[in-house]
Ligand binder design. Structure first.
Ligand code: SF4
Length: 61
């Protein structure tokens, strides 16, 4: 599912370092559930954190 979404035409992706930094913050966050999901926005973070325009709803990244 991650590859399907991030591989869609017209989707701008963050660079790898940005994604890694964002995802590390999520992994330490009390709102991160099931190894994938933000309990605030309901998004799968392996997708949202890869989007160039992705944002944390709690402004942590
Ligand atoms: S997007 Fe923000 S609030 Fe959601 S899990 Fe990541 S750091 Fe936490």
């Amino acid at each position: 599912m991650v590859d399907e979404v991030t591989g869609m035409r017209g989707i701008r992706l963050a660079d790898k370092d940005t994604y890694t930094a964002r995802f590390n913050i999520c992994q330490d966050c009390c709102n991160f559930m099931y190894g994938s999901t933000c309990s605030v926005c309901g998004c799968v973070m392996q997708v949202r954190a890869r989007l160039a325009d992705g944002k944390c709803p709690k402004k942590k990244w």
